[in-house]
Design a protein around this ligand. Structure first.
Ligand code: S3P
Length: 448
């Protein structure tokens, strides 16, 4: 089932070269944060290039329910009239975050230190994902939560009346958890501290500084320490959302495995906490270059050029790189099946609690298409072959997971027989223009 409707079966068939420019949508992580931080600022935040995927639209709806005025001006231009830190009003209905772990976890954080009671839910995928990773730290601020068994949604959170600041070492590498704690810290007095062993995407820290909060990041030998000073007045911002490197991954990887391809993906944010895939592809011998390297809004940005790369080799992907490419392992496993030898991916336990268990979803689908995949609790290995180990010819379950659906559509572009997914509907959560964009380059992705 798609997140908000009836299933949309899709099929991808072998295509000629992919050629042209791929203008991918705005960054999902930054889009959620633009709306949420805008709602917590006093005055009007203007946003351009917002990703208008279902996940982000659900966050926009939620911010309205908390009292912010969120206006869609068309073409990715939005404005948010914020209510200030601590200024949220109690929503009069359940907050439905759809498919979005980022949406629900960040919003839980930012209501946890305000005196209100809020019930959260989501689609079947989100209702199966662990929330204790957020409810544990927000309980230290004084919030209480009542969820289903094993901390699953639906869940009601009673925000702290008299919040206290918190020092918290995150037990899992998760930017969502880090962000939830920092957002809760905004409405607590004093300093809230988060300590991360593995540094995860730092959009929350960078953007909160832009909104006028005091956030200090120290990289220590033992990890990264982030200190936020509570109860700031956040000042509204003009935000230009960069294009999403996680979405860029799909046309880039498709070009690498499709004979004769040459695709340019312009204006991609290359924040080091997000760019691990591109380094990994280069390590595998991909013909991937960064053109027109520049800085925009304090972030490194480049145009990516990907060309057909028949000589890629399997590699050991460093475990310490996992956080910087965590959403890209599904499509990397597709590329790995076209690289000669084994690609071993250790240190990726978090993949088991994404929109689906992504190791299991990809391993089963790849095996159905003829690829050998080994797996353990926190690692997996794809046995690749020059020219492609996959034959295709299977219908794979997308499991309410946009990245699983898109990864198998990429696989089908290079296999002899077509690859199908039972439901491509979830693609709309993060990459609503995936089909026309890929078909515009020369792909054959169709609804069946
Ligand atoms: C995100 C953090 C990551 C990532 C997700 C977006 C964010 O999740 O997988 O797509 O915007 O903070 P985790 O925090 O669970 O690693």
């Amino acid at each position: 089932m798609s997140s908000h409707g009836t299933p949309i079966p899709m099929q991808s068939s072998k295509c000629g070269p992919l050629v042209g420019q791929a203008h991918v949508p705005g960054d999902k992580s930054i889009s959620h944060r633009s709306l949420i931080f805008g709602a917590m600022a006093v005055g009007e935040t203007r946003i351009s290039g917002l990703l208008e995927g279902e996940d982000v639209l659900d966050t926009a709806k939620a911010m309205r329910a908390f009292g912010a005025q969120v206006i869609d001006h068309g073409h990715g231009n939005w404005s948010v009239h914020g209510v200030g830190v601590g200024g949220f009003r109690e929503p009069d209905d359940v907050i439905d975050c759809g498919n979005s772990g980022t949406g629900v976890r960040l919003i839980m954080g930012c209501m946890a230190t305000t005196d209100m009671t809020v019930t959260f839910t989501g689609d079947a995928s989100l209702r199966s994902r662990p929330m204790a990773r957020v409810t544990d730290p927000i309980s230290l601020f004084g919030a209480t939560s009542y969820g289903r068994a094993r901390g699953r949604l639906p869940m009601t959170i009673v925000g702290a009346k008299n919040p206290v600041p918190v020092e918290y070492a995150t037990p899992v590498p998760s930017a969502q958890v880090k962000s939830a704690v920092l957002l809760a810290g905004l409405n607590a007095p004093g300093q809230t501290i988060v300590i991360e062993k593995e540094f995860t995407r730092d959009h929350t820290e960078r953007m909160l500084v832009g909104f006028g909060a005091e956030v200090v990041t120290e990289h220590l030998e033992t990890g990264t320490k982030i200190t936020l000073t509570g109860q700031p007045e956040l000042k509204p911002q003009d935000i230009v959302v960069p294009r999403d490197p996680s979405s860029a991954a799909f046309p880039v990887c498709a070009a690498l495995i499709t004979e004769g391809s040459d695709v340019l993906v312009p204006n991609i944010g290359l924040n080091p906490t997000r760019a691990g895939l591109f380094q990994t592809l280069q390590d595998m011998g991909a013909d991937l270059t960064f053109e027109n390297m520049r800085e925009e809004g304090g972030e490194p940005v480049a145009d990516l050029r990907a060309k057909y790369s028949p000589d890629m080799r399997g590699i050991e992907v460093p475990a310490e790189r996992a956080a910087s490419m965590i959403d890209e392992y599904p499509v990397l496993s597709v590329v790995a099946s076209f690289a000669e030898g084994q690609t071993h991916m250790p240190g990726v336990k978090e993949l088991r609690v994404k929109e689906s268990d992504r190791i299991d979803a990809m391993a089963q689908g790849l095996r159905a298409c003829g690829v050998t995949v080994d797996e353990g609790d926190d690692w997996w290995t794809v046995h690749g072959k020059r020219g492609g180990a996959a034959k295709g010819g299977a219908t794979v379950e997308s499991r309410l997971d946009h990245r699983i659906a898109m990864s198998f559509m990429v696989l089908g572009m290079g296999t002899a027989a077509p690859v199908s997914v039972d439901d491509g509907g979830p693609i709309a959560t993060s990459f609503p223009i995936f089909e026309p964009l890929m078909n515009g380059l020369g792909a054959k992705v169709e609804r069946t």
